[in-house]
Design a protein around this ligand. Structure first.
Ligand code: SF4
Length: 536
């Protein structure tokens, strides 16, 4: 049997029969992506992104018995909670999903699996399917991420040890399993929904002791002093605040409570990453420029103190931030420029920041995201978004912006507002991705979960076509920059593939442009820039 190994350790020779607790996630979720921006490929259906492509796009770094050297942040937090509760590093490991059979054995009592999009139905995956459909590419297979998640759940090593171990699943994607009622069929003993840190120690302890587990556990928001410091490097990602509090109805409810992580804790996680060879740090939050503030107004001294401390931290080579909110950007545009300077943006440092537009319709914004525009009014929102994009561009960022289309209560006027904004944003360094609405947050169960329920129709399809055409054009230009951090040969291959795929995609989409829904073209009366770019 492969999982029973003779191991020479500090305590002499012993047989390794598996870690007591194995934590893992699908191979795209836990990958380093070679430091590129190509993680989105995991949402592609396997008709166009076959299994072998995953080996190239999603490298994994692991050592003895498959223990990962760097992994996904959520798994690192769960591991830290378990270690803080008394489990030892010999008992718990975050494991390379491609090497599960080296980590699971007769001693294994629990396997914890982090999921993001286990059934391949989240916003990003839905958009990729719609875009492929617009390109005339029919797809029928599951997404790579879904396939890779199922590969873990159906892994022979788990089946062989099934009598002895419990399967526990957590992470942002658990709603998909809960809402489709597939938990039993997937062989999952317990689903943890929400934040895991407070509940996982008791749950895993029970599993290790052979106790009966509840089928569902709700993890409450964790007070900031109970959020553990990670022990395994997290691919350079370090959380600086958790939650948001703006209360968008489609958003994950766990983000309701806003918490600020103290600087000393942040620096300890930076240290863990640097020591583990991760020299490029990403400061993770839902709204970076609000760091340190207990209300919606930025506290510039806190933000600057944080950025300076991380930039100057010994061993850190580059720092990026992942999410911003347009209203916070416009509350202190000067701060954004100062942060851009500290991060060295524009001097060869290429960085993308994500921005949620959600909708350009003030009417709809008031209903589904009432806190989004604050401290500004909903009426000002479209202008705030455009101005924020200008400010972020001037500071050196490219922006990955998202809109949600097909929201409950959306009217043709709302769609036209979105179309007009997309047109106005065409000259800027921004990719706008209109995501098909998936019932989530407090809007869960407002719509079916089958593909036919989720596909946008009519003018929204045209909107996706226009926005994605523009985004792919820009991505093609940036293809080498988007893979710049990959090792030289991989960089050439991935950059070439991205350029090639973008070129093919543009050609296919171009064929659809003449058939744009006539109503849409008549109603939105596209001004010159986007029309020209489409006709180019
Ligand atoms: S602003 Fe973003 S993170 Fe905050 S509630 Fe809205 S969607 Fe969620």
């Amino acid at each position: 049997m492969r999982y029973v190994k003779v191991v020479k350790g500090t305590r002499g020779i012993h047989l390794f029969k598996g870690f007591k607790i194995v934590l893992t996630g699908d191979e795209s979720l836990v990958s380093t992506y070679h430091g590129t921006y190509l993680g989105f490929a995991s949402g592609l259906p396997m008709d166009v992104f076959p299994a072998f492509a995953g080996k190239l796009f999603f490298p994994l770094e692991s050592g003895e018995h498959g223990r990962m050297k760097t992994s996904q942040y959520g798994l690192c937090k769960v591991e830290a909670s378990l270690l803080n509760s008394g489990f030892t590093r010999d008992e718990v490991a975050i494991v390379d999903p491609r090497r599960l059979d080296e980590a699971v054995g007769p001693d294994t009592r629990a396997i914890g699996i982090g999921v993001l999009d286990p059934l391949g139905i989240n916003y990003g995956t839905a958009l990729l399917r719609v875009v492929l459909k617009l390109m005339g590419v029919e797809t029928r297979l599951q997404s790579y991420m879904s396939w890779a998640t199922m590969k873990i759940l159906n892994h022979p090593i788990i089946s062989r040890n099934r009598q002895r171990l419990k399967v526990i699943v957590g992470g942002q994607g658990v709603w998909e399993i809960l809402d489709t009622g597939l938990q039993k069929r997937l062989g999952i003993d317990t689903i943890v929904e929400g934040e895991g840190e407070l509940v996982v120690p008791t749950l895993f302890r029970k599993a290790v002791e052979g106790g009966e587990l509840q089928s569902y556990v709700r993890g409450p928001p964790v007070p900031v002093d109970k959020i553990p410091v990670i022990r395994t490097p997290s691919r350079g990602l370090v959380e600086v605040s958790r939650g948001c509090g703006r209360g968008c109805k489609f958003c994950n409810p766990t983000l309701l409570m806003y918490r600020i992580i103290p600087l000393d804790k942040i620096l300890r996680e930076v240290e863990i990453n640097v020591r583990g060879g991760e020299h490029r740090i990403t400061l993770h939050s839902e709204d970076f420029f609000r760091y340190g503030s207990s209300d919606l107004n930025p506290r510039r001294e806190k933000v600057l103190e944080l950025v300076e401390a991380v930039v100057k931290y010994p061993g850190v080579e580059a720092v990026s931030v992942d999410f911003a909110t347009a209203s916070t950007v416009m509350a202190d545009p000067k701060l954004v420029r100062e942060v851009g300077e500290l991060l060295g943006l524009g001097n060869g440092e290429f960085s993308i920041i994500e921005l949620g537009i959600e909708t350009a319709s003030p009417r709809l914004l008031k209903i589904i995201a009432p806190g989004k525009a604050k401290p500004f009014s909903a009426e000002e929102w479209p202008r705030i978004v455009e101005d924020a994009i200008v400010v972020l561009n001037d500071a050196g960022w490219w922006i990955c912006a998202t809109l949600i289309v097909g929201l409950p209560g959306e009217t043709p006027e709302d769609i036209r507002a979105n179309l007009k904004l997309i047109e106005r944003l065409e000259p800027y360094n921004v990719f706008v991705f209109p995501l098909p609405f998936i019932p989530s947050g407090s809007l869960r169960r407002t719509k079916g979960l089958y593909t036919s329920d989720l596909l946008p129709r009519g003018e929204n399809l045209d909107l996706i076509l226009l926005a994605v055409y523009d985004a792919i054009k820009k991505i093609r230009k940036l293809s080498m920059k988007m893979v710049k951090q990959a090792p030289p040969i991989i960089r050439q291959i991935l950059g070439g593939l991205l350029y090639f795929a973008a070129t093919i995609g543009l050609r296919k989409l171009q064929r659809q442009i003449p058939s744009l829904n006539r109503r849409t073209m008549k109603n939105i009366v596209l001004e010159t820039p986007l029309r020209n770019s489409i006709n180019a």
